[in-house]
Structure formats: C-alpha cells, structure tokens
Design a protein around this ligand. Structure first.
Ligand code: AMP
Length: 405
C-alpha cells in the first residue's frame, strides 16, 4: 500500500512516498518558492532524479507538479494517482482537540483553521497543502498528523502557566509543545536500539534543528516539553530566543519604542543563534567563525548548550531520573565536527547524573549503532536520525488498516 507523507510550509511542500508496511522509501521530492517568480521542483526515486524550474503559483499547482514527477514515465513510481491510498499531512497545531491523527473532513479543516490563532505561521500553510493534495489525490484518505498530539499526555502542572486561570479557560492559553512526531519517533527508536521496552524507560529527547525543543518521555508518554503555547519558548534556536524574561517584551516596547509586532518579530526571526553570534542561524557557518576565534560565535554555542543542559537537569528531576538522552534533527544527529562539539558541550558536567560520553563514538554515531555513551555510562546517550515522514506513514497505515477491518 502506497502512502504519501507531506510537510507543507507557506512556500514549500516536501513529500515522501512509502510502500507500507515494508516501509520502503519509493520517492521523495520538494517544491520550493511556491508563489514566487521562479519555483524549484526536485524529485528523486531509485529510477533517477528530476530537477526543474518553473512558475508554481500555489499549493494546488505544487501538488500537480509533484504528481507529474511521481508519474513520470521514466523516473516515476506510480502510473495513476489512485495508487496512493493514503496521504499523511503534518499539521503543526492540533490544540486540545486532537490527541491522535485524524482522517480529514470539513470539520477537521475548520478546526485547523480556527487553531491558526495559535500557529499563524504554520496552520494556514498546512491547510493550503491539505487542500492542494486533496485535489491531486482525490481517491486517497487524507490524514492530519499533529505536531502537538504526542504532548497531549502532559499533566496539568506541566502545561499550565501561572497566569489567571480564567485566561486558560477563555483562550486555552497553555503549553502545547511541538515536534511531537519527531520526539515520539526517536524515543521509540532509542528503545529499539537499546533493546528495552519503551514502557520502562525515562528518556530525554532533544530535537535540535533550526527549531529546537526538548521532551521528557516517561515510560512512552510525554510528560513535559520545552516549547509552549507557540514554538518560541524553550531552547535557543536558529533565530528564536527560546526562554526569556517576559518583561523583556515590555522593556523593548518602552525603551526602543517598538510595537508588539516588532518585538515578536525580533524574538522569532532575529534572536537565537543568529542574534547571539551575529553570523548566521546555521551552526555550520557559526562553526567556521568559531574556528577563526570569533568570540560571539563561541558565546552562541555556549548559551545554546547551557540551555539544553539546564533542561536535561529539569527533566531528570521531573521524571525522577533518566535512562537515556537522545539527540536528533539537523544539529543533533549529525557526525559533523560542529554536531560532535555541541553534544560534548551539552554532556560535559553531567557525569554526576551518570552520563559518560565516548569521544570516539560521538564523532561518528552511525558507525557505532547510534549509541555515543561509553559502555559503563549509566545513562545511555544516543544520536539518532529523525524520520518524521516515516512516523506519519505508520500512523496513516494504522488508520487505513483499522478502516478495512
Ligand atoms: P532541521 O531543522 O532539522 O532541518 O535542521 C536544520 C539545521 O541543522 C541547519 O540550520 C543547520 O544549522 C543544521 N545542520 C544541517 N546539516 C548539518 C550538519 N551536517 N552538521 C551540523 N549541523 C547541520
């Protein structure tokens, strides 16, 4: 059964086509710069690659382009759109309503739209992707997989903010958390790799990409996570500040004469690693400057790693201990010099907790089966590639199987 998994942004769609249940990746592709003068279309399967430029006006056209690639006589992997039985859509905000993936109907689409108030950058783009894909793949069952859903198990003391309770009742202002698909995937993978049941493990998962978040996964359930009402809270990110004193908002408005929108933009787009380093949001470029002795580059890494370390301490306390720490995503999972350096900075000083990193393994996690702690480390440390699309494909497959029973 062929299942397509889609991640739609405001100007990009990324997709992967899987054969299920074998989990074979049949093809993947991306359409970038949707709505601009020149758009990029890229596609890859075992039968070859396609690279094209052209004008792709909207998400509907983007899916038509994706379909053209998937059905290409030479490099395609399907002959007819109806071969795709299910389409999984990553949806960033599911609010309190969705604790599980759901089959998309008019009702679900309306709710995703209503939740745009909580994710103004993401939910409308996700919805545009859903509408576009529904036109291209008319016969498929479309499923929304929410980034917030895995964190639906947070207890009240972890998800409530200490503001008047009436505001929670009125607006549902609370911690939701994001990157749930990734946190769940790597927590499961870690248990598999360690050969132990997930239900017996207390795991801290660290999704470190351009967006970054930590989660405390106790016996398979998320019990705390660093992102909050929006993806701005928590760890230091590429361009986002993560945790700050909320009074900084007030201070900047007063002292700099900034509007609320301007401060919000500053904290989302001009802060984090970019703001600290003055170099870039990309750790690879900051690393180049760091090697030349750039003090602010070094400072950016220190602040980034220190924040993560604090969350590890907090989550170990929240779970009454920790059995494994998992690094993943663009920065967390790689074997590059900068990734190894960051993992070392994070783990340094955590020996009291039972964390002992193996330097050799940390340089090349894949070579050592993704476990980068030493054999006598009580807490296992892993660096695992995330695979959000595969996690989504499994969910969609599960729903389709249930439907046919
Ligand atoms: P993601 O959001 O998971 O795609 O991660 C994107 C970020 O990962 C980029 O902004 C880079 O900072 C970082 N990144 C990508 N490739 C590497 C690499 N080989 N080594 C270290 N960091 C990387």
């Amino acid at each position: 059964m062929k299942i397509l998994c889609v991640n739609s942004g405001s100007s990009t769609i990324k997709y992967k086509l899987f054969e299920m249940p074998s989990e074979e990746l049949l093809a993947s592709g991306i359409v970038e710069r949707i709505g601009e003068e020149v758009s990029y279309i890229r596609y890859r399967s075992a039968r070859g690659e396609i690279r094209r430029t052209g004008r792709v006006r909207d998400h509907e056209e983007a899916f038509r382009e994706a379909l053209r690639c998937l059905m290409d006589p030479e490099k395609g992997v399907i002959k007819d759109p109806s071969e795709v039985r299910g389409v999984g859509h990553r949806v960033v905000h599911g609010g309190e309503k969705y604790a599980k993936p759901v089959v998309i109907d008019e009702d679900v689409m309306r709710t995703i739209e209503e939740l745009s108030i909580l994710a103004p950058l993401h939910n409308p783009a996700n919805l545009a992707g859903i509408r576009g894909a529904m036109k291209a793949f008319k016969d498929a069952v479309h499923v929304a997989v929410f980034d917030t859903a895995f964190h639906a198990t947070l207890p009240e003391e972890a998800y409530l903010y200490a503001i008047p309770y009436e505001l929670y009742e009125k607006y549902r202002i609370r911690r939701y958390g994001f990157h749930g698909i990734s946190h769940e995937y790597v927590a499961r993978r870690a248990a598999e790799i360690l050969g132990r049941p997930l239900e017996e493990l207390r795991i801290i998962t660290l999704h470190l990409g351009n967006g970054a978040s930590a989660a405390a996964v106790k016996y398979g359930k998320s019990v705390d996570t660093s992102m909050g009402l929006t993806p701005l809270e928590g760890l230091v990110m590429g361009t986002r500040s993560g945790d700050i004193d909320p009074a900084i908002f007030y201070f900047l408005m007063k002292q700099e004469g900034m509007s609320a929108d301007e401060v919000y933009e500053l904290l989302n787009k001009r802060s984090g690693l970019l703001g600290l380093s003055g170099v870039s949001n990309d750790v690879r470029l900051i690393w180049e400057e760091f090697k030349k002795g750039n003090r602010r580059a070094e400072l950016a890494f220190r602040v980034f790693a220190y924040r993560i370390k604090k969350y590890i301490g907090a989550y170990a306390a929240a779970m009454g201990g920790v059995d494994a720490i998992v690094f993943t995503a663009g920065i967390g999972e790689k074997s590059s010099e900068v990734s190894s350096y960051i993992r070392r900075l994070v783990c340094e000083g955590l020996e009291f907790l039972g964390v002992k990193l193996d330097e050799e393994r940390n340089r090349d996690p894949e070579k050592y089966g993704y476990v980068i702690s030493s054999d006598d480390s009580r807490v296992k440390v892993l660096a695992i590639p995330t695979n959000e699309e595969l996690m989504m494909a499994r969910e969609v497959y599960r729903i389709l199987q249930r439907g046919s029973c």
